[in-house]
Design a protein around this ligand. Structure first.
Ligand code: HT7
Ligand code: ZN
Length: 891
């Protein structure tokens, strides 16, 4: 397959000054009339005109009103070629497409009888022939025509400038977007929809119309998305001085969608999962995710839309930056700008995702730099590396320059580049120039793949009261895909604190400084190895390393178990407090997994139990923090830490530890369950959510007892009386967990009730599928059997990505012990589903394919079965999307 390389970037041969699109919307055959003002780009060697097009039926083309003869225009698999065009001209193209048959959900498609578009990255070329690349920006005027009864609402980007009736029961709407934009930000929506509306005034006093469009039966689930939008608008003004630039901002929810949401200018289109919520249907996690995704898409209006990417290799320019912005927004919504303990809850969540998933990506065959060098299918590069590691790279500028310095860099970035399509280098240069720093070395964060390791050595000299910290950086045993990119040391901002015997922070003074300055210092590691010496250190301290996870690296330091327990009890940095508990648990669990592999009896250290008990019962800590601290590292993370991943051993180890903590702390769990019950009206606040999280964790631990009768009784009562989805779903999960030992009967009543109650709520039925796919199996029945039975359920459909994810992905990616069954049954199922999805929706199929990409890291028997499954898939799939993943995995 053709490889696209960053080094081959060339400016477009033609520019488009304006485009006018007319749509005659009919599901089976939509006609698009596209009129563009084109001119040769003086910066490029212009040859003939090549327009991109895919899955289109070419009808006709005219230049300056004159229809072109068949000999002058060639329609082919990749688009349209027109020879001998003038330097500047008007080109009109008529084409047709079939949205009703479009199962790829890219381009123009029909979902629940309504029309939607998805153009990023290269979907616009499935709507009309175009220079479908992000550095071609133009102004769009869009006219939509459709049957008025079937499609009463007609939406596109920008402002509605005209609407009216047409003959034969049809009507039209004309939209004009005053801002230049690339084609990937185009959108249209047509159908039977209703909106929740609000009018607000932004900082400059202008009135804005905000709308959240949904199907009529979902109107009662739009309030939270609207509140999140209003909060996002306010936040971007306050934190970054960025105001909403359009008179109207619309969000539309659609149930068939490949990703989370899309930031089309003024007309964001969202997966229903990230819009619809009320207390009956959505969990606290859903509420938080909606706030984050609404914020993310809104923030793209400046970081992505006003300033966009020159080419798709620069994707992290908008995605890394916008994820960082949404993370900061959510942290502020959790705890305000200054409550570090509350902000840490969000930080811990984000770092958990990064470490569990992005670090794995960086260690496998799909490893790539934040700014990749090449791709076969760009859709495969909407990755954790581009998004989450990219956000960490942006965060490091803020760590280096502080909030004010970061803001100066942002201001300069917009001053220089508003209205342009630019590169990651342009962003780095703005940060450097605004802060008077040379950031040449920092470029390596964009060009080197793999997760850096920082090893730490310390030495205390009592006589001189000096404490030296030696940091050395490297990549360890990197995967070949990452190793090729690694050229030299990085600039690593490394936040450090020192703690005395009483658990207090020591004021920090580095050698050469006149006086102590603060208790957390960001030291800058720029060489392969460097020593930093602290003076006036009166006793041997305990180092608190990489506070608040100041860089996306792995820290290697040999803490003793007692030291970790001490940090867990005392570190003033809440992130590192949590981190100490995770390190302690990881160490214990990996030792347990090794014993499980060797068939030795399993034991768990009493002092570790005691350390966790102290955190659990420490009333000075928020319930949300205590919940995070008491969740053991995931099976996926633990497997990733093994030389050869063994999911069965990891599962046995983690289950053993959970049971041990359940038994040892039984009375504490029972007391916590009672104390953190939140009677009365449901409140979706972070505080109330923290109480629910801790209470439900207590219930889950109680279900691990050899006799889970108490847990089953409490879970049944909680299920029945719950006034919110967080509690109801948690109770159902506990009943399913208890059924692993006690038999399916324990959960069946609640499962059936859940289905009946929420039959009309697709997002809740997704939870019903997911809960069953991620269970441990009931009384020895393998989960694959349950999953296969559910595939035949009338509510299951492979065409709806949310539904496919809820059953198939949940099983293949979130139930490692069952998916990696020794008989290979999970892999056979995976192969069947990849092939079936490939024919319908290659983007979704490619995501599922990635569940097996780490096959080389597993124990030999599993490895062999995974390779067979991958090879089988390689012979059967057609799409570029899936082929790229399979070929890289097998290479
Ligand atoms: N920028 C959006 C990316 C996106 C997308 C990409 C490929 C295929 C389908 C897609 N839907 C949305 C989402 C975002 O990061 O905001
Ligand atoms: Zn984004």
């Amino acid at each position: 397959p053709a490889v696209i390389r960053r080094a081959d970037y060339a400016a477009p041969a033609f520019l488009i000054d304006s485009v006018s699109l007319e749509f005659d919307l009919v599901p089976e055959r939509t006609i698009v009339t596209n009129t563009m003002r084109l001119r040769r780009n003086p910066d490029a060697a212009a040859a003939r005109l090549e327009l991109m097009g895919e899955a289109l039926e070419f009808v006709s083309a005219a230049i300056d009103g004159k229809t072109l003869p068949a000999s002058a225009v060639r329609a082919h698999e990749h688009g349209l070629t027109i020879e001998d065009v003038p330097d500047a001209f008007t080109l009109t193209i008529e084409s047709a497409c079939n949205p009703g048959a479009n199962t790829t959900l890219s381009g123009l498609y029909v979902s629940s009888g309504n029309f939607f578009t998805q153009c990023e990255a290269e979907g616009f070329r499935r709507i009309t022939y175009f220079l479908d690349r992000p550095d071609v920006m133009t102004t769009f005027t869009v006219t939509l025509r459709a049957d008025k009864t079937a499609y009463p609402v007609l939406l596109s980007n920008g402002n509605l400038i005209e609407q009216g009736d047409l003959p034969d029961g049809r009507h039209f709407a004309k939209w004009e977007d005053p801002f230049k934009k690339p084609s990937y930000l185009f959108a249209l929506v047509a159908g039977k929809l209703v909106a929740l509306e609000e009018r607000i005034r932004t900082g400059s006093g202008k009135e804005k119309l905000l709308q959240v469009w949904v199907e009529p039966h979902d109107l009662d689930k739009t309030r939270h998305a609207m509140d999140s939008l209003i909060n996002s608008i306010r936040w971007d003004e306050e934190r970054f001085g960025l105001e909403l630039d359009l008179d109207r901002f619309m969000i539309v929810a659609v149930s068939d969608f490949n990703m989370g949401a899309m930031e089309n200018k003024g007309l964001n289109i969202f997966n229903t999962k990230y819009v619809l919520a009320n207390q009956e249907t959505a969990t606290d996690t859903d509420f938080g995710n909606i706030e984050a995704v609404v914020g993310h898409e809104y923030f793209h209006n400046w970081t992505g839309n006003r300033v966009t990417c020159r080419d798709w290799f620069q994707l992290s320019l908008k995605e890394g930056l916008t994820v960082f912005r949404d993370q900061e927004f959510s942290a502020d919504m959790q705890g305000g700008a200054t409550d570090e303990a509350a902000r840490a809850v969000k930080r811990i969540d984000d770092v958990r995702v990064l470490r569990q998933m992005q670090f794995a990506e960086d260690a496998g065959p799909m490893a790539h730099p934040v700014r990749p060098e090449s791709y076969v299918e760009i859709n495969n590069f909407y990755t954790l590396t581009v998004y989450e590691k990219g956000a960490e790279v942006v965060r490091m500028y803020q760590t280096l320059f502080g909030r004010d310095g970061f803001r100066r860099g942002m201001d300069l970035y917009f001053k220089r580049h508003d209205g342009q399509a630019v590169t990651c280098d342009d962003f780095r240069n703005a940060m450097a120039d605004a802060n008077g720093r040379d950031l040449a070395q920092f470029e390596r964060w964009y060009s080197q793949a793999g997760t850096p390791r920082v090893s730490v050595r310390t030495a205390y000299d009592a006589a001189s009261q000096r404490y030296s910290v030696t940091l050395s950086q490297g990549y360890g045993e990197a995967a070949p895909a990452a190793r090729e990119t690694q050229k030299g040391p990085l600039l690593i901002p490394f936040a450090i604190g020192l703690i005395d015997r009483a658990g207090r922070d020591i004021p920090l003074r580095l050698e050469g400084e006149a006086a102590a300055n603060g208790t957390t210092r960001v030291i800058e590691l720029t060489e392969q190895e460097q020593t930093f010496t602290f003076v006036d250190v009166k006793e041997p301290p305990l180092p608190s390393l990489l506070r608040n996870f100041s860089a996306p690296v792995i820290v290697e330091y040999d803490y003793t178990n007692d030291e970790l327990a001490f940090l867990l009890a005392h570190d003033s940095d809440p992130f590192n407090r949590w981190e100490a508990g995770q390190r302690l648990a990881t160490r214990e669990l990996l030792a347990l997994a090794a014993r499980a592999q060797a068939g030795e009896p399993l034991t768990f250290d009493d002092s570790t139990v005691a350390a966790f008990s102290r955190v659990l019962t420490d009333e000075t800590l928020s319930p949300a923090f205590r919940e995070l601290a008491l969740v053991l590292p995931s099976e996926a993370y633990l497997a990733e830490q093994m030389a050869e991943a063994d999911p069965a051993a990891v599962h046995a180890a983690r289950q053993f530890a959970r049971k041990r903590l359940a038994r040892a702390l039984k009375n504490e769990w029972l007391a916590i369950y009672e104390r953190h019950a939140t009677p009365g009206a449901y409140e979706p606040t972070p505080q109330a959510a923290g109480h629910r999280a801790l209470k439900n964790l207590a219930l889950a631990y109680l279900a691990e007892l050899d006799d889970p009768a108490d847990a089953v009784r409490l879970a049944n009562a909680q299920y029945e009386h719950a006034n919110n989805m967080t509690d109801r779903a948690a109770a159902l999960a506990v009943l399913l967990a208890a059924s692993a030992a006690a038999g399916a009967g324990v959960a069946q009543g609640a499962l059936d009730d859940f289905y009946r109650r929420f039959e009309q709520e697709p997002l809740v039925i997704d939870k019903w599928f997911a809960l069953q796919a991620t269970q441990r199996g009931s009384a020895g029945r393998p989960v694959i059997e349950i999953v296969r039975t559910l595939m035949a359920h009338p509510a299951f459909s492979l065409r709806n990505p949310n539904r496919a994810r809820s059953l198939i992905f949940s099983f293949c990616a979130a139930n490692p012990a069952q998916f990696h069954a020794a008989d290979g049954s999970g892999y056979a199922f995976w192969a069947e589903q990849v092939v079936a999805l490939d024919a319908l929706n290659p983007q979704v199929a490619a995501r599922l394919t990635r569940s097996l990409e780490m096959w080389r890291r597993y124990t030999p028997a599993l490895r062999e079965r995974m390779r067979e499954a991958l090879e089988r898939v390689a012979t059967q799939v057609k799409s570029r999307d899936v082929r790229e993943i399979v070929e890289k995995a097998l290479a």
